[in-house]
Design a protein around this ligand. Structure first.
Ligand code: XMP
Length: 245
């Protein structure tokens, strides 16, 4: 992602979240329209499900023709065998990375990372989601094995480092968490959804450590998606290095 992002000059990942049922042609059209302003696309379950393997491969073929990356955002969360088979299918259809829910535990997470890397794919793990209910899960405190009070997201981040994941997801509207995690200097790229419709600011998220911005409705749902993408790019270019909350 780092390489593609610097070649394309963008840190925006387009969430292809059409609200209506999408056909292959409209997905390909959106990618062609916006490829100059993004470094990757991301497809959710609701877009992947109605497509055939052939159609998904076609989407990913076009994505790669433009020098972009493709992420399957299915937040995988099952036993290792099931997770690994799902990853194999998705990578075979041309996805470059898959999102995983670290609730599977460190052993399960390491398993999927090793499997994906063997197949030349990447794993992006959730650490703190952007939706309103996230604090109830990701923010919950527990007593860890060293008898220390720890938040679940802190444990997820430690596991992500230990297991060698390729990226972590932290909401763009979670500035304190973004700052806390980025200041640890782990070098793991932070992917931030939640810009715009979920209340996050691309500039503030960037200033607090987000590396890539997963954006859907603010671009896809706009009357002029190209203008919307350009505006977000411009906001990012205004950044300086000082963290602000
Ligand atoms: P919007 O329209 O809000 O879309 O710009 C954001 C996209 O990102 C996904 N999303 C998340 N994915 N962790 C994730 O892995 C999150 O916390 C999160 N919040 C939103 C969402 O499904 C949509 O595709």
């Amino acid at each position: 992602m780092t390489e593609v992002s610097s070649i394309k000059g963008s840190r925006i990942i387009l969430a292809l979240d059409f609200t209506h049922r999408t056909n292959l042609r409209s997905a390909l059209k959106a990618i062609s329209l916006l490829e100059r302003y993004i470094c990757a696309i991301k497809m959710n379950f609701h877009l992947i499900l109605p497509f055939s393997c052939y159609e998904l491969s076609e989407v990913n073929r076009l994505v790669h023709t433009y020098g972009l990356q493709s992420v399957a955002d299915i937040k995988l969360n099952d036993i290792p065998t099931t997770n690994k088979i799902a990853i194999s299918h998705l990578l075979r259809m041309g996805f470059d990375a898959v999102t995983v829910n670290p609730f599977i535990g460190a052993v399960g997470l390491r398993d999927v990372v090793v499997h994906a890397h063997r197949l030349k794919g990447g794993i992006i793990a959730l650490v703190y989601m952007s939706h309103v209910g996230a604090p109830v899960g990701f923010g919950i405190n527990f007593i860890d094995s060293n008898k220390q009070v720890t938040s679940l997201y802190q444990k997820f981040f430690q596991d992500a480092i230990a297991c060698g994941v390729d990226g972590v997801v932290i909401g763009a509207n979670r500035l304190e968490i973004l700052r806390e995690v980025s200041l640890k200097g782990s070098g793991i790229p932070i992917y931030s959804p939640g810009v715009g419709k979920q209340g996050g600011s691309i500039r503030y998220a960037a200033k607090n450590g987000a590396d890539y911005f997963i954006i859907g409705r603010s671009i896809i749902g706009s009357k002029d998606p190209v203008k919307a993408a350009k505006r977000l790019q411009h906001q990012l270019s205004l950044n300086n290095a000082t963290p602000i909350l």
